[in-house]
Design a protein around this ligand. Structure first.
Ligand code: M6R
Length: 586
């Protein structure tokens, strides 16, 4: 997965491309590059972050790329853009060309010389093979030969236009006055225009400074509507916070409020199903696990939760099941593949995503949008709690429409959701205490996060956050399982973070805390009960909530604990090693 940008207009392409690439860097940061037309095509590309890219050419037409490596190690030679043999055509690509070996062998026989190990370079040579002075014609022919997933942007030194194609990788157009943009994501050009056209799979666009035309892959022209984006570039920037992750943690009260309000305005939440299957990856999977507890409690119907990458090994089952796909980006390849499979099996499908018009929305019957605003830090924070809000809301509305909840019970539950932004706001006030705990534990090599019931997925999420940004080995465990093996790992001073909500898990959690304390672990209790302080080394006393809402406050503590630990260790918090924000490869 990568970030791509194309610009044609009157501004300095150098400035536009570099700024846009910075805003796309969350999509990958193994290498960066630009190609700018100025009589000829000038290219600069380099392994590493965009800041390391230096060049002194400029123009008003160009393309740029920030890479997350799939085919070919992160090296200068594998960085995009790629040129054809004559240096007349330049392309950038996000996705995977599945038939690139076959195409490459054919092109080599025709005399093409390749300089990289990537699948993407084949695209530049394929366009060259068809090029007869008309980029548009050659581009259409080349696209027809490609198999796999792609968002491709191409330019030629001979024509003032940009060609772009989309299949299974995101691409949006920014419509300006005497200038136009094409990019992987809206923040890339939001500083210049908020008029946006989302490209769909199987579409090609042709951009000059004065028009944007759309076609299907067969060349039939398509009419598309401009949408106005309401959020500002400041929403996508750090607003004075040291890291996007911290900003996004602090944005949670607002993100939750705005998600709830956008949901409350919907009147199409009628459902009828006998079972639920939830499919997702990473943090979104943990939201799905919490969703299982919520839905089973309110609807008393079975819920299964799958990792998207495992769902494909499930036989095709049409079982009157509603299949829910949770993905903040809407671009995760495994989740999209799973949605396609569920649909092909005859299941009703619903996506919960944060990104309007993202790829997942093409493959499902219904969409619930979280309204958390753009999330730039690789670690998912505000989108996770927004997903929990969406699942709570979904369960209440489904329960009501299926006659499983009375109107008054549903109303009480909805009213309880209105308090969540305040609970989270109050939890954020614990930042100082949490930071002190991070100071105590940040040098440890291993950590355990334990909980029971609907907070067990929060323990998994706390461990994932810790691993992802601090690189400390952390395990999330159902507290009752410790004595079945992992207790052997508990030794003096090992941090054990125990979530102790005042619900049916309370007494059993205290017993589990005693088990680890007896082995001299350093126990941090997260609870609204003062009493827990007697059993732990430190109590982080969170606001008291209705039992089903405790995950919202507990996860905020764990997000901040991971953040401060990673900061003390000097980690690249917003861009942890080996990771990228949206994972568009299976
Ligand atoms: O965009 P998605 O929600 O589909 O992403 C799924 C995971 O890649 C993502 O949640 C990942 O685990 C996060 N970086 C964790 O913080």
């Amino acid at each position: 997965m990568c970030g791509i940008i194309g610009y044609i207009g009157f501004r300095s392409a150098k400035e536009v491309l570099l700024k846009s690439l910075k805003r796309l860097e969350y999509r990958g940061y193994d290498s960066a590059g630009v190609a700018i037309v100025d009589g000829k095509i000038n290219v600069a590309k380099k392994k590493g972050y965009i800041d390391s890219l230096e060049f002194d050419f400029d123009g008003t037409l160009g393309i740029g790329h920030t890479r997350w490596a799939t085919h070919g190690v992160p090296e200068d030679r594998n960085a995009h853009p790629f040129l054809d043999c004559k240096g007349e055509i330049a392309i950038v690509h996000n996705g995977i060309i599945e038939n690139y070996m076959e195409l490459k062998e054919k092109l080599i026989k025709e005399g093409h010389k390749f300089k990289s190990d990537t699948d993407s370079e084949v695209i530049a040579h394929l366009i060259e093979e068809h090029y007869n002075g008309n980029l548009k014609e050659a581009f259409f022919k080349a696209i027809k030969e490609l198999k796999g997933s792609f968002a491709i942007v191409a330019i030629s030194k001979n024509e003032r236009k940009i060609m772009a194609a989309k299949k299974d990788s995101p691409l949006v157009i920014g419509v300006g006055d005497h200038e136009n943009f094409v990019a992987s994501d809206i923040p890339a050009f939001l500083e210049y225009t908020n008029r946006v056209i989302v490209m769909r799979d199987g579409e090609i666009s042709e951009l000059t400074e004065d028009f944007v035309h759309f076609y299907d892959f067969n060349g039939n022209e398509i009419n598309k509507e401009v949408q106005i984006v309401e959020w500002s570039i400041e929403d996508a920037e750090k607003s004075g916070y040291e890291h996007f992750m911290l900003k996004e943690i602090y944005e949670q009260p607002f993100a939750l409020d705005s998600t709830l309000h956008s949901l409350l305005s919907r009147n199409d939440m009628n459902f009828d199903f006998g079972r639920v299957t939830i499919v997702a990856c990473g943090t979104s999977y943990h939201a799905g696990l919490v969703g299982k507890y919520i839905i089973e409690e309110l609807l008393r119907i079975p819920v299964e939760v799958y990792y998207a990458s495992e769902y494909r090994y499930r036989p095709n089952v049409a079982d009157n099941s509603l299949a829910i796909f949770i993905t903040q980006s809407g671009e995760t390849a495994d989740t999209i593949a799973a949605a396609r499979k569920a649909k092909a099996s005859g299941n009703e499908t619903l996506a919960i995503t944060n990104v309007v018009g993202s790829s997942i929305t093409n493959y499902v019957d219904k969409v619930i949008y979280t309204n958390a605003g753009p999330e730039i830090g690789v670690a998912a924070t505000k989108t996770f709690t927004a997903q929990l809000m969406a699942l709570e809301y979904f369960a209440i509305k489904a329960g009501e429409s299926m006659g499983k909840l009375s109107a008054s019970h549903a109303r009480d539950l909805l009213n309880s959701l209105r308090k969540v932004p305040m609970y989270v706001e109050n939890t954020l006030n614990l930042n100082g205490i949490i930071k002190k705990e991070a100071e105590k534990i940040h040098k440890r090599k291993d950590m355990f996060f334990i909980a029971r019931g609907m907070n067990y997925p929060i323990a998994l999420e706390g461990a994932l956050k810790m691993k992802e940004i601090s690189y400390i080995h952390a395990e999330g465990y159902p507290a009752g399982e410790l004595k079945h093996g992992p207790l052997a790992l508990i030794e003096e001073d090992i941090p054990v973070i125990a979530l102790v909500p005042e619900d049916i898990t309370y007494d059993k959690m205290l017993s589990n805390i005693k088990e680890v304390s007896a082995r001299n672990a350093y126990v941090i209790g997260v609870s609204s009960s003062e009493d827990v302080g007697k059993y732990v080394d430190t109590l982080i006393k969170v606001p008291s909530t209705e039992p089903h809402l405790s995950p919202f406050v507990n996860v905020v503590v764990l997000q901040l604990l991971a953040y401060h630990t990673a900061k003390l260790l000097g980690r690249e918090i917003d861009k942890p090693r080996n990771l990228a924000k949206s994972v568009t490869v299976e």
